[in-house]
Design a protein around this ligand. Structure first.
Ligand code: FAD
Length: 504
C-alpha cells in the first residue's frame, strides 16, 4: 500500500493528532502513523491555564469547534461527559518526613497550594489519555485523515521527498511526504533514524519514575482531616488538583479522574535513589510508600487498572536530541526532550509547540523561508528546555527544606501566571517562547533565584532566618512579574486565584 501526503506525522498522542487536524484545515494533507493503537495507557495528563488558553485559541483559529469544550472542566463535562477527566483547580504540595505521619501545621508551613482558577466551571483538567487521545484520533478519522495505527516504520529515506517504509498488519506500506513532524515522544522516531545525539545527560535534572493507574486511592483531604488539618482555609479542595507529595529525594504525583481511576507516580532523584534492577518496581513502590505512613494509608487499598497492567518504571527520564529541526522535518517538544513531570509543564509545552509549528508550516511548506523559521523554533525550544531544567533542578535541590522549595518555586509560578495574564490580555505573539524563556529579564531572574538557592544549600543546613531571607530575596526578584501576590508571608503558602481576566 502506498499513501501520499504533504506532512507525515509520527505519533498519535494528542500532540500529533491535533497537529494533523490543524494541517488538514490548512489544506496540507497530513498522514498519521503510530506503532500502537487506541485506547492505550498513557501519562502526561495534567493541563494548566496556559494549556487551556492555547487549546482554545487553536480551536478557534483553525475552526475546530468540536474540540473547544475540552479547554475547561465545565464545558468538557457538559459536552463530553463520556470522556473521563479530572477536576484540576490548582497545584497542591505536601512535605512528608520519613517514618512520620503527616501533621498539618496551623501556619501551613509544610503545605503549598497555588490556585489556577476560581471555579470548577473555569478549572483545568486532567486528561484521561486513553479516552482523550482516542477521541482525537476518531475526529481525525472522521475528517478523512489517513490514520495508520499498528504501523512499524523500518526505513526512512530522505530525498526530494521523504519515503517511509514499513509494515502494517503484515502488509508492506510506503508513505511519501514532503515534511515529517516527529510526535513520537519518548519513541524518538527521527532522533533514532537520523542518528542524532541524545545529550539528555547534560541536563541538570536527574530523575526517574515509577508509575501507574490505580483504583481505590483515598482522598488526601480525609487524611488531613484525621490530623486536624485546616482544609477550610485552602483556596480549593486539595485533591481537585495536581497533588504532589514531597519526600526525601523526590515527589509523587496524584491525579484523580472522575471514573474512579487515579494516576500516581513516584519521581525519584536518581542520585539519591539509584535504579536497582534487583528490586522490582512493585517492591520499590511499596518500600518507598511504606516510609511515609500517611501516604501509605492513602494507597492502602488500591489496585492497578487492567489497561495499565503492572507498575511502569523508567530509567533516567531526561533526554534531549542534538537537533529539533531540519529543512524538512521538526520535532514537537516532547519528542525533542523529556525532563520531569514537576509542575505539569509538559502538555502546555507540547501545545505551544503545535501552535508554533503549524503556524510555520502554514503557507511556508516548500518555500525558502521555512528553514529559517524552523531554526527560530529550535532556538526557542533550547532556551525553554534550559529554563525548565533550572526550575525543576532547583526544586529538587530545595525539596529537603520545604520553605526553600515554597520560595524558589514562586520564580516559576510568577512567570507562568504572568504569561497567562499577558495572553488573556492579547499581549502575546504566536512565536513567543514558552514561559517567557525568550525574555532575558525573566531568565536572569530565575537564574538569580537558582544560584542564590544553590549558594545557600552549599552552606549546609539553612536556618529559619536564612530561609526567610531567601523568601524575601525571591519576592524582590519576582516583583516585575508577580501579579498574584506570591511570596507574601501573610498568605501562609495558600494562594487564591486573583486575576479577574479570564478568557471568554
Ligand atoms: C513520568 C512523566 C509524567 C508526566 N506527567 C505530565 C503531566 O502531569 N502533565 C503534563 O503536562 N505533562 C506530563 N508529562 C509530559 C507528557 O507526557 C507529554 O507532554 C505528552 O505526553 C506529549 O504528548 P505527545 O502527543 O507529544 O506524545 P506522546 O503522548 O508520548 O505520544 C507519542 C505517540 O507516538 C507513538 N510512537 C512512539 N514511537 C513511535 C514509532 N517509532 N513509530 C510510530 N509511533 C511511535 C506512541 O505509540 C504514542 O502514541 C509527563 C512525562 C513523564 C515522562
Amino acid at each position: 500500500m502506498q499513501i501520499d501526503g504533504d506532512v507525515a506525522i509520527v505519533g498519535t498522542g494528542f500532540g500529533g493528532t491535533l497537529s494533523a487536524l490543524i494541517l488538514q484545515r490548512l489544506d496540507l494533507r497530513p498522514v498519521l502513523i503510530d506503532r500502537a493503537t487506541h485506547p492505550r495507557f498513557a501519562i502526561g495528563e495534567s493541563s494548566t491555564p496556559i494549556a487551556d488558553l492555547v487549546w482554545r485559541s487553536l480551536c478557534r483559529d483553525y475552526d475546530l469547534p468540536r474540540l473547544e469544550p475540552l479547554a475547561g472542566y465545565g464545558t468538557w463535562m457538559r459536552q463530553y461527559p463520556q470522556l473521563a477527566c479530572g477536576l484540576k483547580r490548582g497545584f497542591s504540595y505536601f512535605r512528608h518526613q520519613p517514618g512520620q505521619e503527616f501533621h498539618p501545621r496551623s501556619d501551613h508551613a509544610n503545605e503549598l497550594l497555588v490556585a489556577a482558577s476560581n471555579s470548577n466551571e473555569r478549572a483545568d483538567t486532567h486528561w484521561y489519555r486513553p479516552d482523550f487521545d482516542q477521541f482525537l484520533v476518531n475526529e481525525a478519522i472522521s475528517e478523512r485523515i489517513p490514520v495508520l495505527d499498528l504501523t512499524e516504520i523500518t526505513e526512512v529515506e530522505d530525498g526530494d521527498e521523504w519515503r517511509l517504509s514499513g509494515h502494517r498488519a503484515g502488509e508492506r506500506i510506503q508513505i511519501r511526504a514532503r515534511f515529517i513532524i516527529d510526535a513520537s515522544g519518548e519513541g524518538g522516531f527521527l532522533g533514532r533514524h537520523l542518528r542524532l545525539r541524545n545529550d539528555g545527560a547534560s541536563l541538570r535534572t536527574n530523575s526517574r519514575a515509577v508509575f501507574g493507574h490505580f483504583t481505590g486511592v483515598e482522598r488526601w483531604e480525609a487524611e488531613l482531616r484525621r490530623h486536624g488539618g485546616r482544609v477550610a482555609e485552602y483556596p480549593f479542595p486539595c485533591d481537585d488538583a495536581a497533588l504532589h507529595h514531597i519526600y526525601d529525594g523526590g515527589w509523587m504525583w496524584v491525579l484523580r479522574f472522575n471514573n474512579g481511576v487515579t494516576s500516581a507516580g513516584l519521581m525519584l532523584d536518581a542520585a539519591q535513589h539509584p535504579l536497582d534492577l534487583s528490586v522490582s518496581p512493585e517492591e520499590e513502590w511499596q518500600a518507598l510508600v511504606a516510609r511515609y505512613p500517611s501516604v501509605a494509608r492513602q494507597f492502602a487499598d488500591t489496585d492497578l487498572t487492567a489497561l495499565c497492567g503492572p507498575l511502569r518504571r523508567t530509567g533516567r527520564v531526561q533526554r534531549r536530541w542534538s537537533r529539533f529541526v531540519g529543512p524538512n522535518w521538526a520535532m514537537l517538544p516532547y519528542s525533542g526532550y523529556g525532563l520531569d513531570a514537576l509542575h505539569s509543564t509538559g502538555n502546555a509545552h507540547t501545545l505551544r509547540g503545535v501552535e508554533r509549528l503549524c503556524d510555520i508550516l502554514a503557507g511556508r511548506l516548500g518555500r525558502e523561508e521555512l528553514y529559517a523559521d524552523l531554526l527560530r523554533y529550535e532556538q526557542n525550544l533550547r532556551r525553554e528546555i534550559d529554563l525548565l531544567d533550572l526550575v525543576v533542578h532547583g526544586c529538587y535541590r530545595s525539596f529537603r527544606q520545604f520553605e526553600l522549595f515554597s520560595a524558589f518555586s514562586m520564580a516559576y509560578f510568577a512567570g507562568a501566571i504572568f504569561s497567562e495574564d499577558r495572553r488573556c490580555h492579547g499581549q502575546w505573539n504566536k512565536h513567543d517562547a514558552f514561559l517567557m524563556a525568550d525574555r532575558p529579564e525573566y531568565r536572569q531572574m530565575v537564574e538569580g533565584c537558582y544560584e542564590e538557592l544553590l549558594r545557600l544549600l552549599g552552606q549546609g543546613r539553612v536556618s529559619a532566618a536564612q530561609a526567610g531571607a531567601y523568601r524575601d530575596f525571591v519576592r524582590r526578584a519576582i516583583e516585575p512579574f508577580n501579579i498574584a501576590g506570591l511570596c507574601d508571608p501573610s498568605r501562609m503558602n495558600l494562594y487564591p486565584y486573583l486575576d479577574a481576566a479570564e478568557p471568554g
